[in-house]
Design a protein around this ligand. Sequence first.
Ligand SMILES: [Cu+2]
Length: 115
Amino acid sequence: MSSFPVRTFAVASLIVAILAAAGCGDRRRSVGGGGASPEGPVVKESVFDVEGMTCGHCEQAIQSTVGAIEGVETVEASHTEKKTVVRYDAARVKPEAITAAIEKLGYTARLRSGS
Ligand SMILES: [Cu+2]
């Protein structure tokens, strides 16, 4: 009567653990051994120089793709200024992930030095 499905729970936990381990292969242990920053998100604004945008559709493509990255807050792409300004949580997103996402769309992206 009281056969609580302990085994099922254990298997489910194992699967969750495996998925979690697979999903953060490049996560580095932070100083002090803690997980997330106790101060919360580290919001950063960076400017990326983007070559190849020709119109508003290009801006839209970049905005929706980069905006879908978890940890990205806002994206402002401008084809006239050949740049994209991104506000993101630096604790969760690396600028390289943003340039990679833009380049996957067929543009050339580079983090502007000093930003
Ligand atoms: Cu376009």
